[in-house]
Design a binder for this molecule. Sequence first.
Ligand code: SF4
Ligand code: SF4
Length: 187
Amino acid sequence: MNNPATITSVNQGLLEKLDPEGKLNLASCLQCARCSAGCTMRLETDILPHQMNRMVLMGMEDELLKSKAIWTCVSCHTCVSRCPMKVDTPALVDKLREMTQTAPSQDLEKINIFNNEMLKSMKQFGRVYELGMMGFYKMRARDLFSDLAKFPTMLLKGKMKIFPPRTRAAKSVSAIFDKVRARRAKR
Ligand code: SF4
Ligand code: SF4
């Protein structure tokens, strides 16, 4: 990844798309990498948070949209809490995920379907109902037979339940989803 000093100009195009009003503070990034040092998913990802922010300023849209990083981020906000400039990397990740919806490749399309089905399941039941979620995912992704042999073992080991979970928190979780959706609509 280039040193900040080697960047002579910011590619405004991608920055404008992702952070038109500067609310995510992307342009303020100091490249101190405090976010990456604390990132919960730093061992799983292919691009660290400080690198992601730099790539936005460099206009590297294709590389970002094809990255694993935008799907491994778990929105834990550790990076934001460690950042001296309060750069909102998880919000950036959300926006990049949204951008993949407009021109998904086949792999990204499956990831999007999985992501959407998982969130729908969480909203409906208060936690993920794995069996139901996988059923909908497989139908929508037209991927009925892969990993089928694993189902009996997962059922036997209690990793998947036949019936949906009953949680008292389901209504509260659903309300959180609605609030987040409303906040995102205002951005
Ligand atoms: S901690 Fe903040 S300022 Fe430092 S590199 Fe990460 S996003 Fe940039
Ligand atoms: S919100 Fe995403 S990028 Fe930030 S620390 Fe958590 S996993 Fe890493």
